[in-house]
Design a protein around this ligand. Structure first.
Ligand SMILES: NC(=O)c1ccc[n+]([C@@H]2O[C@H](COP(=O)([O-])OP(=O)(O)OC[C@H]3O[C@@H](n4cnc5c(N)ncnc54)[C@H](OP(=O)(O)O)[C@@H]3O)[C@@H](O)[C@H]2O)c1
Length: 308
């Protein structure tokens, strides 16, 4: 629970963070306040989750109860319709969260979307496809993020949902190597190639959707259940411990106080158990699990292959 990983800017990130995606209004304030009360040190937020105001209320309650800002780690993310307006989007998140700075600011996807489309967050073209901006490059977005470091409003910058080609292109063109790549990661989608590449470049990996997201079958998976029984822990504990054993921080989402507490339980898994969990997706032939919000995997965005 108290494990931390060192980032390439010299700061540390707590191994365990509370996820807030799909945490509804009326629930997320209490979830954040409860998590911080029971010892979580890391909250994962995003502008596009549309609940940062209420996350901010949860933070306020925690601060009033004695939690110190400098003892916790807050992540938030730049949304796709703001790629050309990075600082503006950061300011909106800071205002909602009631903070002067975040510990980590991530580019949510390397996919710019039309800032003047038919929806402020998820614009679509008349044919129903996503309204993407094809003449704006995510490298330029990241260069705007680099400038934030001197403002004091972000302690570290990084990316999310970046495949290896996107990362290779990015690191060859920017001054600051991303501190983090936040990606979907669990035994159905271990993304070993991306994880290994990140580790080779000093980029920390944070695993999202560690339970395979809401409603997924991963908790019932036989290979996960077997290891849970062996250690007399829950399937959730195995899934969180799997990522920590691989050197990744991990973001379970819950709005249920008992589960928020249960998810603090991280155990030590040995390499053979990690290998066993890594085999599950191969046996099942799973290549992509949680569907991204763009209709196809970012890895297959041929027209968005990094070119400059
Ligand atoms: N960067 C990105 O693009 C991105 C994408 C997706 C997610 N994320 C981040 O990662 C976080 C986690 O991912 P996620 O929300 O997709 O899903 P998840 O954490 O894999 O799963 C959440 C689901 O598991 C349930 N749950 C939580 N703890 C449990 C336990 N101990 N036993 C049984 N069920 C449990 C939750 O229910 P209750 O809430 O009802 O308890 C919820 O339905 C997000 O909230 C977000 O912060 C980032």
């Amino acid at each position: 629970m108290d494990t931390r990983f060192t980032l390439n800017n010299g700061t540390t990130i707590p191994a365990l963070g509370l996820g807030t995606w799909q945490s509804s209004p009326g629930e997320v304030k209490n979830a954040v306040a409860h998590a911080l009360k029971v010892g979580y040190k890391h909250i994962d937020c995003a502008f596009c989750y549309q609940n940062e105001d209420e996350v901010g209320e949860g933070l306020k309650e925690a601060f009033a109860a004695g939690v110190k800002r400098e003892d916790i780690f807050i992540t938030t993310k730049l949304w796709c319709t703001f790629h050309s307006r990075v600082e503006e989007n950061l300011n909106m998140s800071l205002k909602s969260l009631g903070l002067d700075y975040v510990d980590l600011y991530l580019m949510h996807w390397p996919v710019p979307m039309n800032p003047h489309g038919n929806h402020p967050l998820f614009p679509k073209l008349p044919d129903g496809s996503r309204d993407l901006v094809k003449d704006w490059n995510y490298v330029d977005t990241y260069k705007q993020m680099e400038k934030l470091l001197s403002t004091g409003k972000v302690k570290a910058i990084g990316v999310a949902n970046h495949s290896r080609p996107y990362l290779e292109n990015l690191v060859s063109k920017v001054d600051v190597v991303p501190a983090v790549n936040q990606i979907e990661n669990h035994p159905y989608l271990p993304q070993e190639e991306v994880v290994d590449f990140c580790h080779s470049k000093g980029i920390h990996v944070t695993a999202y959707s560690p339970f395979g997201s809401t409603g997924g079958p991963l908790m019932q998976e036989e290979g996960v259940q077997n290891i849970a029984q062996k250690h007399a822990v829950s399937a959730g504990t195995v899934l969180l411990s799997y990522n920590v054993a691989r050197g990744n921080s991990v973001l379970p989402k819950s709005v249920t106080p008992s589960r928020i507490e249960e998810n603090k339980n991280i155990i030590k898994l040995d390499q053979s158990e990690v290998d066993e969990l890594n085999e599950i997706h191969k046996k099942k032939g799973i290549t992509r699990y949680v569907y991204p919000p763009f209709g196809v995997s970012p890895n297959t965005f041929a027209f968005l292959e990094p070119t400059r």
